[in-house]
Design a protein around this ligand. Structure first.
Ligand SMILES: Cc1cc2nc3c(=O)[nH]c(=O)nc-3n(C[C@H](O)[C@H](O)[C@H](O)COP(=O)(O)OP(=O)(O)OC[C@H]3O[C@@H](n4cnc5c(N)ncnc54)[C@H](O)[C@@H]3O)c2cc1C
Length: 537
C-alpha cells in the first residue's frame, strides 16, 4: 500500500487499457464514446502495436488492407486511401496514427509507459496498475489488449553477449534502421517474418546466411498498388466486403469452394490449384476446395502441389529439398506469404543452413557456430517470433484475489471462460486471449463491442464486479484442452499457437479453438441471456 501522499497522486479511471494496437485503440474509442473515463498505456513510443514495433524491411499485411481496416466509421472508410492491396508496415502505422488523431485518442494515451504490475484491490473492486517508472493509476476495469504477437522471443543461445557485431529481433527493429549494406548477415528463423525479410535484404548485404529449422509452405502474396478505379469500387462496396468477412470463419472475405477436391476430375483439380496460385494472398488457402483445410487426401494433394512449386523455384535440387516442408501439412499453420523468397536461394551470396540437421550450438564473438561449422557474421537478425498470447500477460505481475498471479494460473495454458475472463481476476478482460485467429480487426471489433456493452450493462445495473463462474471456466478450459489434443490439422504442426516455439511452455491452444463466427454468435447468446456463465454483483 503506498503512503498517503503517494495515494493522493494515484489517478482514478473507469477503465485502464494496456496496449495501443488495433485492439486497444478501438477499445479506447468505444469506452469513451459510452462516457467512461479511460487511460491507455503502451510500452511503445508510438501507437500501432504490431505496426509500430515491426519495422523490419518487408513487414507487410497478409490480409487485404481494406478488409483489415476499422469498419466503425464510414467517414474514415471513405477518406482513407489504401495504397497497396497488402499494405506495408509504414502504411499501416500511418493509418493507425491517423485513427488516433482523427478520433482524438491521444489525450487518453500514455506512451513509453510499460505496465509492470496490476493488483486487484478486493475491498474496492478496483485494479491498481503500476508502471515501470513507479506511476500508479486505478480503475474498476482492466482491459489487457496486449497482443497475441507482441512479446518478442530471442532464444537463449549461449554466447550472445559476446557477439562483436550488431543484432536485433525483427519485432524490435530500430526506427533508424539497421545498417546492413555490404555486411555479412545471418537471419535465424524462416516463419512469416523471416520469409518477408530475406528477399528484401538479399541484394543489399554482401552475404546472407539463413538458419532454417522448419521449412514452411510459403505462397506468393502478389501484392500490387490499388489503382484509382479499384479504390472507388472498394469504397463503394465496403458494406458488402465486411458482410462477406463476417460470414467467413476467420473474418476474411473468402468462402471455401463447397466442392471436395476429390470429387472433381484430376484435371479440374489441377486447374483450380494453378488458377488460385496466380491469385493474390490467401485465396489459395481460403477460397480453395473446402477439404484442402482438412486432414486427408485433398490436403495431401495440395501439399504436394505446393512442394512441386517450391522445387520449380530453386535451381539446386538438393537445396530445394531442404526448403520443402515434409513434417507438417499445408494449413496446419497460417501460410507465410512471400515475395521472391524461394528465388533468393539461387543467388550466389545466399546460404541456407538446416539447423535441424546441424543445430546452432552457440553464438561466438565472430558469428554463429552450428554443430558442423562456424559462420562469420557482422549482423544477426532474430526472426524467431513471439511468446504468443500469454507471453505479454506473463511479462506483467498480475495479481488477483488472494494474491494469486495470472502467470501461475496460466502456467498450464490459459484457464478462462471464452478467453475473456478468468476466475479470481474480476473485472480483468484478457482480450488478447479471446481472439481466435483470422483477419484481426474483423475479429476484434465485435469482441471489443461485446466487452464495452458488458461494462455499460454493469454500470446501468450498478454492478461493480464481473467474473466467470468456476463451472463455466472449467467447461471452457476442458473444451480448449480437448481441441488441443484432438487430431486435427491445426494441432498437427509445432506452431506458436500451441506454444511449441517456446521451450517449456505448455502445449495448449492459446486462442479459442472455435471460429470467429462461432465465437461471435456464442457471445451474443451469452449477452442476451444476461451474461450466463458470468457472476455479476
Ligand atoms: C509481422 C506481423 C504481421 C502481421 N500481419 C497480420 C495481418 O496481415 N493480418 C492480421 O489479421 N494479423 C496480422 N498480424 C497479427 C497482429 O498482431 C494483429 O493483426 C494485430 O495487430 C494485433 O493487435 P493488438 O492490438 O491486439 O495487439 P498488438 O498490436 O500486439 O498491440 C499490443 C500492444 O500492447 C503493448 N504492451 C504489451 N505489454 C505491455 C505492457 N506490459 N505495458 C504496456 N504496453 C504493453 C505492446 O507494446 C503493443 O504495442 C501480424 C503480426 C505480426 C507480428
Amino acid at each position: 500500500m503506498p503512503p498517503p501522499e503517494q495515494e493522493a497522486a494515484v489517478e482514478q479511471f473507469d477503465a485502464i487499457i494496456i496496449g495501443a494496437g488495433v485492439t486497444g485503440l478501438y477499445a479506447l474509442y468505444r469506452l469513451r464514446e459510452r462516457g467512461f473515463s479511460v487511460r491507455l498505456f503502451d510500452e511503445g513510443a508510438g501507437v500501432g502495436g504490431t505496426w509500430y514495433w515491426n519495422r523490419y524491411p518487408g513487414a507487410r499485411f497478409d490480409s487485404e488492407s481494406y478488409t483489415y481496416g476499422y469498419s466503425f466509421s464510414e467517414e474514415l472508410l471513405q477518406e482513407w486511401d489504401w495504397q497497396d492491396h497488402y499494405a506495408g508496415q509504414p502504411e499501416v502505422e500511418r493509418y493507425l496514427n491517423h485513427v488516433a488523431d482523427k478520433f482524438d485518442l491521444r489525450q487518453d494515451i500514455r506512451l513509453s509507459s510499460r505496465v509492470r504490475s496490476a493488483t486487484y484491490r478486493e475491498a474496492e473492486a478496483r485494479w491498481d496498475v503500476q508502471l515501470d517508472n513507479g506511476l500508479r493509476s486505478r480503475a474498476r476495469f482492466l482491459v489487457a489488449a496486449v497482443g497475441i504477437l507482441s512479446a518478442h522471443y530471442v532464444p537463449d543461445f549461449e554466447g550472445l553477449e559476446s557477439f562483436e557485431g550488431a543484432w536485433c529481433h525483427t519485432g524490435r527493429w530500430p526506427a533508424e534502421g539497421m545498417d546492413l549494406a555490404g555486411k555479412r548477415v545471418g537471419v535465424i528463423g524462416t516463419g512469416s517474418t523471416g520469409v518477408q525479410l530475406v528477399p528484401e535484404i538479399a541484394g543489399e548485404v554482401s552475404a546472407l546466411t539463413v538458419f532454417q529449422r522448419t521449412p514452411n509452405y510459403c505462397v506468393p502474396l502478389r501484392n500490387r498498388p490499388i489503382d484509382a478505379q479499384t479504390q472507388q469500387r472498394i469504397k463503394a462496396t465496403y458494406a458488402d466486403i465486411f458482410q462477406k468477412c463476417s460470414q467467413s470463419p476467420g473474418g476474411f472475405m473468402y468462402q471455401f469452394d463447397q466442392r471436395s477436391a476429390m470429387e472433381v476430375s484430376p484435371e479440374e483439380r489441377q486447374e483450380q490449384f494453378e488458377r488460385l496460385w496466380m491469385e493474390p494472398g490467401f485465396t489459395k488457402w481460403l477460397a480453395n476446395f473446402y477439404d484442402v483445410m482438412m486432414s486427408g487426401p485433398a490436403n495431401e494433394q495440395y501439399s504436394e502441389f505446393l512442394r512441386s512449386k517450391i522445387r520449380a523455384y530453386v535451381e539446386d535440387p538438393i537445396l530445394a529439398e531442404t526448403l520443402v516442408p515434409n513434417d507438417h501439412m499445408f494449413s496446419s499453420k497460417r501460410p507465410p506469404c512471400e515475395n521472391g523468397y524461394y528465388e533468393v536461394f539461387n543467388r550466389a551470396n545466399v546460404t541456407l543452413v538446416d539447423v535441424r540437421e546441424a543445430p546452432i550450438e552457440r553464438i561466438t564473438p565472430k558469428g554463429i557456430r552450428t554443430r558442423d561449422a562456424d559462420y562469420e557474421l557482422d549482423v544477426i537478425v532474430f526472426a524467431t517470433g513471439y511468446d504468443a498470447v500469454t507471453g505479454a500477460l506473463d511479462r506483467m505481475d498480475i495479481r488477483g484475489e488472494g494474491g494469486q498471479t495470472l502467470r501461475e494460473k496460466f502456467a498450464g495454458g490459459p484457464r478462462t471462460y471464452l478467453g475473456i475472463q478468468s476466475v479470481g481476476f474480476p473485472n480483468l478482460f484478457t482480450l488478447n486471449a479471446a481472439q481466435p485467429g483470422g483477419n484481426y480487426v474483423r475479429v476484434v471489433e465485435p469482441l471489443v463491442d461485446w466487452v464495452v456493452d458488458c461494462i455499460a450493462h454493469m454500470r446501468e445495473r450498478e454492478f461493480t464486479r464481473i467474473s466467470p463462474t468456476p463451472g463455466a471456466e472449467e467447461e471452457w478450459t476442458n473444451h480448449v484442452l480437448a481441441a488441443s489434443v484432438a487430431k486435427t490439422l491445426r494441432t498437427g504442426a509445432d506452431s506458436w499457437l500451441l506454444g511449441a516455439n517456446i521451450p517449456g511452455k505448455a502445449r495448449v491452444l492459446l486462442s479459442p479453438p472455435d471460429s470467429a463466427l462461432e465465437m461471435r454468435l456464442r457471445r451474443a447468446q451469452i449477452a442476451e441471456s444476461g451474461y450466463a456463465g458470468f457472476l455479476l454483483c
